[in-house]
Design a protein around this ligand. Structure first.
Ligand SMILES: NC(=O)c1ccc[n+]([C@@H]2O[C@H](COP(=O)([O-])OP(=O)(O)OC[C@H]3O[C@@H](n4cnc5c(N)ncnc54)[C@H](OP(=O)(O)O)[C@@H]3O)[C@@H](O)[C@H]2O)c1
Length: 244
């Protein structure tokens, strides 16, 4: 298990300009705030109709409007960036998540840190152990959503398969269930869902965003797929106590 303390190996100075792909969503706006707080220059990509959701950042970030799977949009937005924070969302049936991931992989400058968000249902090596509840949720919601052609969870799986196969400096951050609320601090992480530290399955969205931004400067997370959980959840506290 990694703790918030041992995870802090950041070198934010190395990354000056970051692109937030999916900046207008809830996670995206938190990431923009964290990045600005840390002194990064921020470029945000969001759908044209959502640009207004970034009004609070007027004059402080550059906005590139467009679909996040539009390769021209991504090519323009990531130019000159040292880091890319990409929200992978499986909307619609037109390979939105895999198109977004592929465009970022193809156009981010060589050597850039690429940090992608997804959920626990993504597995890198098949060694995650899921509760019956989570398996049922993914199966039922995935099937229903596909049926009404709103969401395609399989496309998020495909997006991550491509990222895992890439030799870029990627990190795939796998979020637990999320809640709103004030920050509790940097989440803790583990390589596999099912590890005791993750049992509480809850993270504040603002802290998920913090983990994504901190990952930019943490080389130990390169080519890792950390599953995260709030640092003040019972399971995280119990593991910290056990380790003390
Ligand atoms: N929600 C959870 O409980 C949960 C749990 C674990 C992990 N995660 C992960 O956390 C990340 C953020 O998820 P979130 O649920 O918190 O959502 P979110 O941050 O609000 O982001 C939703 C994103 O989807 C975009 N979007 C919405 N409708 C769309 C459409 N029809 N076509 C294209 N894009 C559309 C939004 O763009 P606009 O601003 O333009 O609408 C926004 O960028 C995702 O990677 C997700 O897999 C979520």
């Amino acid at each position: 298990m990694e703790t918030a303390d041992t995870q802090k190996n950041g070198n934010p100075e190395a990354t000056r300009r970051v692109c937030v792909v999916g900046a207008s969503g809830k996670l995206g706006r938190y990431m923009v705030r964290h990045a600005l707080d840390r002194g990064y220059e921020v470029v945000g990509v969001c759908r044209e109709k959502s640009v207004g959701k970034l009004a609070e950042f007027d004059g402080r970030i550059t906005v590139v409007p467009g679909a996040t799977d539009d390769r021209d949009v991504i090519a323009r937005a990531v130019a000159g960036c040292d880091g890319v924070l990409a929200v992978l969302v499986p909307w619609g049936m037109r390979h939105y998540a895999s198109g977004t991931a592929q465009a970022v992989l193809d156009y981010a400058p060589p050597g850039a840190r690429l940090v992608f968000s997804c959920g626990w249902h993504i597995t890198r090596d098949g060694k995650d152990v899921y509760t019956r509840r989570l398996r049922a949720f993914v199966a039922v919601v995935g099937r229903l959503a596909r049926l009404v052609r709103v969401v395609d969870l399989d496309d998020q799986v495909e997006a991550c398969r491509r990222i895992f196969a890439s030799d870029t400096r990627w990190t795939v951050v796998r979020g637990s269930d999320l809640e709103e609320g004030e920050s509790q601090g940097l989440p803790v992480w583990s390589r596999h869902v099912g590890d005791p530290v993750l049992a509480s399955n809850l993270t504040r969205r603002v802290d998920f965003a913090m983990f994504m931004v901190e990952a930019l400067g943490d080389d130990r997370l390169v080519q890792e797929a950390p599953a995260i959980v709030g640092c003040l959840t019972p399971s995280a506290l119990a593991c910290a106590e056990g380790a003390a």
